[in-house]
Design a protein. Structure first.
Length: 214
């Protein structure tokens, strides 16, 4: 217990870093994920091709490799950002591919006739998607989106290897100070557990309120 109590501020700083990465990357992933899902079902071929390429490349690229590509590659094109923003960009883009596929599976559960009815009333594709299809699709994909964001929270640990101080990075200074590595990691695990349980609780509430009754 002394490992935690003696270094409470350090653990708090690491936990805050993980929470910030998770929140901002989740917002980016949700925004891009819904956008790419819309692209994948769009009537425009070029948009469908772009959405398919986005999902295919990111889902089949190791996250660590994507971190290297963002952190080392983007500055070569003149885009220089703080490492935390690079981490959010890598995490958000990577996770958006999985969000996209979850949302697209939800879109496929909406009867085709509803979209056809909306178009027969003169609604455009964005109106049909935004007002008719996506609200229904979201209700059926709340659980998989929640699971994906929990995975994002755990994946944020990779950012520690790229000069971003987050929860896993707490072990480095504590190890140098001679604290037990076992208990150091026990409290790190507890911190990740708090983050993931919070996400799970939020999505359980959303599922009870908006989810499809089984």
């Amino acid at each position: 217990m002394n490992v935690l109590l003696d270094n409470l501020s350090l653990y708090g700083e690491g936990l805050l870093g993980t929470v910030e990465l998770t929140v901002y990357a989740s917002l980016l992933a949700l925004g891009l994920g819904f956008l790419m899902a819309a692209f994948r079902v769009a009537p425009v071929g070029s948009l469908r091709a772009f959405g398919t390429a986005w999902v295919t490349v990111l889902r089949n690229t190791p996250l660590t490799l994507l971190f290297f590509a963002v952190v080392l590659g983007l500055p070569r094109f003149g885009l220089v950002l703080p490492f935390k923003l690079f981490a959010i960009l890598a995490l958000g883009c990577y996770t958006s591919a999985f969000i996209c596929e979850a949302v697209r599976s939800g879109i496929n559960t909406v009867p085709v006739g509803q979209g056809e009815a909306a178009r027969s009333l003169g609604m455009t594709f964005p109106q049909t998607l935004g007002d008719i299809v996506l609200p229904q699709a979201f209700r059926s994909v709340i659980p998989p989106i929640g699971s994906t964001l929990i995975a994002l929270a755990k994946n944020s640990a990779i950012a520690g290897a790229f000069s971003v101080f987050e929860l896993l990075g707490v072990y480095k200074p504590l190890n140098e100070m001679g604290y037990s590595i076992i208990w150091t990691f026990v409290w790190i695990a507890v911190g990740y557990l708090l983050v993931t349980l919070t996400i799970s609780a939020i999505f359980n509430v959303l599922e009870k309120r908006f989810g499809v009754a089984r």
